[in-house]
Ligand binder design. Sequence first.
Ligand SMILES: O=C(O)CCC(=O)C(=O)O
Ligand SMILES: [Fe+2]
Length: 207
Amino acid sequence: MTHQQTSLFATGAPALGSLDRARRTALGHGAWIDVLPGWLSGADDLFAELADRVPWREERRAMYDNVVAVPRLLAHYGAGEELPDPVLTEARDRLSGHYAAELGEPFVSAGLCFYRDGRDSVAWHGDRFGRGATHDTMVAILSLGEPRPLLLRPRGGGAPATRVPLGHGDLIVMGGSCQRTWDHAIPKTRSAVGGRISVQFRPRGVA
Ligand SMILES: O=C(O)CCC(=O)C(=O)O
Ligand SMILES: [Fe+2]
């Protein structure tokens, strides 16, 4: 059984707060994260709208000798494509403005993941298909719906994982060398959790 819990500021029209309240944590190896709980108020209403309106894709991938379903629904908006809600355009542009000096380029694409329940997940990985494999960059993630922990650990294991619960309008920005020196994951859980949608904003060439 799953249920959708709402939090105090999560219902009503979506609105973004100030990015100045984001708190930075150095992870080591040149990686850092900025975390801002509740950046977006009204996140549960936006969750419901996106769950309904986004053309979600179920993907299948080759895994060894099998083809398996990717355990989450996906959607992708490339540079110049209209996002499914104007508040996401505002979020992307505000992130671009706030990080301009440090990042030196804007966030342009938005990847969306829909974790329908605790069986949906993303395995340990870094966003290393593009420039994240070779260059310092940033990936900013806005989380809607029920919180799920994002785990981070140095690439190749070692130190215990850092655990950041993300939902109901929370923001995390992974920066510096995070995509190439650290891995991240959203593990499966046996607890009854409702849906979570993450919106990942990335600069050009980062995937
Ligand atoms: O859902 C999240 O917060 C993480 C998603 C992710 O790591 C990815 O799509 O690359
Ligand atoms: Fe990722």
